[in-house]
Design a protein around this ligand. Structure first.
Ligand SMILES: [Zn+2]
Ligand SMILES: [Zn+2]
Ligand SMILES: [Zn+2]
Length: 152
């Protein structure tokens, strides 16, 4: 899995349109190709999270001649450029979204309910982990598993 070139600072990046994100791609040394534009359009219009398989189907629905290997390479490159991120929701495949939309999840192991968790939930943990262990947590990458209110 490739690492971002620089830690993406989402506050400074304008994710409001596909064109702005493509401008960011170019500013970070990437190419703004048609297949990348289509991938970003799919992510802008997506509701919820898309697996690599979902992304491939959605891109090829618009542009059938974009090869699956191009789509997968674009996904890797756009992650490296800090434009998109993936998250693991329990045991399913990794899912992708725009970096500006990244958020944390709590998943019930009993019923599978997924709760989107606000970042301030992790503030205390983040502070303690940094102070005691010098560790910076990333609450967005993996979901936290447990039991929801109706199952506990
Ligand atoms: Zn991962
Ligand atoms: Zn539950
Ligand atoms: Zn989510």
């Amino acid at each position: 899995m490739s690492k971002p070139l620089a830690p993406p600072n989402h506050m400074e990046i304008d994710f409001s349109t596909v064109d702005n994100v493509l401008a960011l791609v170019r500013a970070r040394g990437g190419r703004a190709t048609t297949s990348r534009r289509i991938l970003l359009e799919v992510l802008f219009e997506a509701e919820g999270h898309l697996s690599a398989e979902d992304l491939t189907a959605a891109v090829q629905a618009r542009a059938p001649d974009v090869h699956i290997s191009t789509i997968y390479r674009n996904v890797e490159d756009l992650q490296r450029l800090g434009v998109i991120v993936h998250t693991h929701l329990g045991h399913g495949p990794a899912t992708y979204q725009l970096a500006s939309l990244a958020h944390a999840h709590l998943i019930c192991e009993e019923c599978g309910a997924t709760i989107e968790a606000p970042d301030d939930l992790f503030r205390g943990l983040a502070r303690t982990a940094r102070a005691k262990l010098g560790f910076s947590i990333d609450p967005h990458h993996f979901a936290i598993l447990g039991r929801c209110a109706s199952c506990s």
